[in-house]
Structures are given as structure tokens and as C-alpha cells.
Design a protein around this ligand. Structure first.
Ligand SMILES: Cc1cc2nc3c(=O)[nH]c(=O)nc-3n(C[C@H](O)[C@H](O)[C@H](O)COP(=O)(O)O)c2cc1C
Length: 165
């Protein structure tokens, strides 16, 4: 059986954390959460505006050291909330810190109705990797935590991921 690591970032309501935890419950594997060294501060709208500036400038925040090394795993599942149609800057930092060549990468994103080009951008960020099944999960458009995507679609994706292991 292949070894999988789940890595995710989650800021607003834990939406991405929920999907990561669901995958971990079923596929039983190591999991870690990306955290920025300097936490985002202010109201939701302030962070939305800061996120826009960061995405537009390609900013990569410093992230805290993580407990597991992707180099030790065959399959790496990476999850991000959508920030301005792409991955959150902290996830961009994570990709820049590691070499994914020869790894199988499984990508998932959560969003509020505008998924953008997130999964494509994530694929580009891990050069030399092969890709397993990916998933975009929609939550409500107000930035809240009400699931819009059918729960069955998430279960089906987890089954597909298990087939990769
Ligand atoms: C800075 C920022 C930018 C966002 N940009 C988008 C976007 O481009 N498209 C979209 O559908 N949702 C966008 N959202 C909403 C989040 O992607 C969505 O609520 C996500 O599920 C939050 O996941 P989390 O709770 O794990 O942080 C944005 C939220 C924030 C904070």
C-alpha cells in the first residue's frame, strides 16, 4: 500500500479542514495543516482585500515548519480554500518549499461558487508530479460553511483516492 500525506490550509471557517478530515477518516493517513508565520488579522473583508493584493503580486507568506516531509510519501493530497480564483498564498509557499517530481499529487479546493483556475495553478506548481483525482467542493457564496456540493460527490472522490493507495 502506498503512503499518503494530507496537507491543507484553511482560514475562514474550516471548510477545507473538514474535507481534509473526512479524507483522513476514511483513508487513515498522516495529516498536517499549513499555518502562516504571521496570522492574518482584521475582519473578513480586510483579509479578502489583503488576499487580493497578495494573489495579484504573487506574494508567498512565510509558513511554519511542518511535522511531516512530503519526500517520505508516495502520494500527497493538498487542499486549499480558493482565494481570488486560485490557491491561498500560504499553499503557494508550501509548493515552493518542496520537490514533487515523481510523486502522485491529489488536489482539492473549497470555494463559494467561483472556483477559478485553482486546480490548474496547483498542478503547475508541482512540476514533475503525476496527478490523481481532484475535487472542487462548493460552500455557500457568503463565505460561510453550508455545503453546496452533494455529500455523495465527496464520498465518491474519497473512494477514488483510496483506489490510488
Ligand atoms: C481572501 C479570500 C478570497 C476568496 N476568494 C474566493 C474566490 O475567488 N472564489 C470563491 O468561490 N470563493 C472565494 N473565497 C471564499 C472561500 O474560498 C470559501 O469560503 C472557502 O470554502 C473557505 O475555506 P476555509 O474555511 O477552509 O478557509 C475567498 C475567501 C477569502 C478569505
Amino acid at each position: 500500500m502506498k503512503k499518503m500525506l494530507i496537507v491543507y490550509y484553511s482560514w475562514s471557517n474550516g471548510n477545507t479542514a473538514k474535507i481534509a478530515a473526512q479524507l483522513q477518516r476514511v483513508a487513515g493517513t498522516d495529516m498536517e495543516r499549513i499555518e502562516t508565520l504571521h496570522p492574518y488579522e482584521g475582519r473578513y473583508d480586510d483579509v479578502v482585500a489583503q488576499g487580493q493584493r497578495e494573489v495579484n503580486s504573487g506574494f508567498m507568506p512565510e509558513i511554519k515548519a511542518l511535522p511531516y516531509d512530503p519526500a517520505d510519501y508516495d502520494v500527497i493530497a493538498v487542499g486549499t480554500p480558493t482565494w481570488w480564483y486560485t490557491m491561498a498564498p500560504a499553499v503557494k509557499s508550501f509548493f515552493a518549499d518542496h520537490d514533487f517530481s515523481g510523486k502522485q499529487v491529489i488536489l482539492f479546493q473549497t470555494h463559494g461558487g467561483w472556483p477559478g483556475h485553482t486546480l490548474k495553478d496547483m498542478e503547475k506548481a508541482c512540476r514533475g508530479a503525476s496527478f490523481g483525482p481532484s475535487l472542487a467542493v462548493q460552500f455557500d457564496s457568503t463565505g460561510g460553511s453550508k455545503l453546496v456540493t452533494a455529500a455523495q460527490d465527496i464520498d465518491d472522490w474519497i473512494e477514488e483516492v483510496k483506489q490510488c493507495l
